[in-house]
Design a protein around this ligand. Structure first.
Ligand code: PXG
Length: 469
């Protein structure tokens, strides 16, 4: 990929930007969006993509440092994935896996997933998305305990500021207060503990001490509820949507020890961390836990087509298979043949191009060294990175770590500069985050970091002008 000039693929411009925006505002309700304010402003219309770049309807080229939405791991425009979809659409565009039937791509993908996931996983349950995967998790862990004759074990412990999706169960597991405030959430039987966010909750302690303390909140919650009522603990290895919160190294091994001590199931939500993002195939391998269930989505198909699911560890699979009888759960698109065919092609690309190893040995450390330099910027309070996900925390006072008044929305100011300068970077409050495609080159990392630095400079100039710093 080195030194290749990336061209925009040709796309016929069917309408002008204004026409797209007008039709969008008239008919399309976007996810997580203030409908009225977007209609007034107009959406940015993305029309094409290649490698790590997007183009909008005005012809602007944009470096997509968010991999679409944490998913386009192998980059845009990969012919193998396109061919796999085309071939499968021609051969068998759909058949279900309900009534004692299956399709070859779903079977082959189940087999391949058993190979690339940690050894405790031999079985998979497919869904259409990460949210549906986590709905499956809730039903499956409760069913497991029921079959074992412990139906009172229903409570699932999660964390504040976690993101596990937007369905009723997914949003309940998640710890986003804005989501709980709408639609009568969380559903019963979900409890939340504090997150392992050192910058916010742990300053004054070493990261390692804080990691043990944060894991201790799990034990305290188990004791408060009663271990005989707790079914499982669920967490993202690194909280993604919460702001790329990389936990201290001590955190996950201690969580594992606590789950083992009380016999509680451990669920690793790998929707973002899976398929190479952290420099191992799955985030639990980077952080040293041995989950019983693993939710996946996004990177399994590099987002080319929707697919999600749950890897089911042998501890649970054995009980459900041998003693469980019928599991009354499933989706029309569980094991969708086209999605599974694309996933197979995607995983083979990741294997053949050794993307996981490259993230671990090359791109991850290279990105980390660049981010260590960004840490010197006057607006930056801390940087965090792991593999190809990273965060920059913006602060008012670098010396004391004092944060900005959230009402100033400094993160959004910075995000505005990114948008204006050809870079897609997310703002979570005042935490600026990235998760670029795993095919990014060193040259492209240089380009991305130069853009980030420029946008930090522009944000600092704004903050200085307004008297915020
Ligand atoms: N678990 C995790 C860890 C996720 O990040 C889901 C589950 C739900 O997946 P689906 O496929 O149902 O969306 C996710 C999704 C953001 C953002 O703003 C993150 C996600 C989705 C939308 C926005 O960072 N993650």
């Amino acid at each position: 990929m080195q030194n290749i000039v990336i061209q925009a693929p040709a796309v016929a411009q069917r309408r002008t930007t204004r026409e797209w925006q007008a039709a969008d505002a008239a008919h399309y309700l976007h996810p997580f969006t203030d409908f009225k304010s977007l209609a007034a402003k107009g959406s940015r219309i993305i029309t094409k993509a290649e490698n790590i770049y997007l183009w909008d309807s005005e012809g602007h080229k944009i470096l997509d440092a968010m991999s679409g939405l944490w998913c386009v791991n192998v980059g845009y425009g990969r012919q193998e994935l396109i061919n796999a979809a085309t071939k499968q659409l021609q051969e068998l565009p759909f058949y279900n896996s309900f009534f004692q039937t299956a399709t070859p791509p779903a079977i082959e993908l189940a087999e391949l997933l058993a190979q690339v996931t940690p050894p405790q996983f031999k079985h998979v349950f497919f869904s259409g998305s990460g949210s549906e995967g986590n709905d499956t998790v809730v039903r499956m862990v409760r069913r497991y305990w029921d079959v074992l004759g412990q139906p009172e074990r229903t409570v699932i412990i999660s964390r504040k500021n976690a993101y596990h999706g937007s369905t009723m169960a997914g949003a309940s597991l998640g710890g986003m207060s804005g989501m709980h405030a709408q639609g009568g959430l969380p559903i019963p039987g979900i409890a939340h503990i504090e997150q392992p966010f050192w910058f916010e909750l742990g300053q004054g302690q070493s990261r390692d001490d804080f990691g043990l303390k944060a894991a201790g909140w799990l034990e305290a919650k188990i004791l408060e509820i009663g271990a005989d009522k707790v079914a499982a603990f669920i967490g993202e290895p690194i909280q993604g949507a919460g702001g790329v919160i990389v936990p201290p190294a001590t955190y996950w091994p201690e969580v594992q020890r606590i789950c083992d001590k009380y016999g509680i199931l451990l669920v690793s939500d790998e929707v973002i961390c899976g398929f190479g993002r952290t420099g191992q195939w799955f985030g639990c391998e980077t952080f040293g836990s041995k989950p019983d269930l693993m939710t996946f989505a996004k990177g399994v198909t590099s987002g080319y087509i929707p697919l999600g699911g749950v890897m089911v560890g042998e501890r649970i699979a054995k009980v459900l298979i041998e003693q469980g009888g019928e599991f009354n759960h499933g989706y029309t698109y569980s094991g969708h043949p086209v999605a599974c065919a694309v996933a197979l092609a995607n995983i083979r690309v990741i294997q053949r191009e050794k993307l996981v190893e490259k993230v671990r040995d090359d791109f991850g450390p290279y990105l980390a060294s660049h981010f260590a330099e960004l840490a010197k910027h006057p607006l930056v309070g801390e940087v965090q990175s792991c593999g190809l996900m990273a965060a920059v925390q913006l602060v008012k006072d670098k010396a004391t770590g004092q944060t900005f008044d959230p009402a100033l929305e400094v993160g959004m100011v910075c995000r505005g500069h990114c948008f204006g300068n050809g870079l897609i970077m997310r703002a979570v409050g005042d935490r600026m985050i990235i998760a670029p495609p795993l095919v990014i080159t060193r040259e492209q990392i240089d380009e991305m970091v130069a853009l980030i630095r420029k946008c930090l400079d522009l944000t600092l100039a704004d903050a200085t002008r307004h008297g915020w710093v």
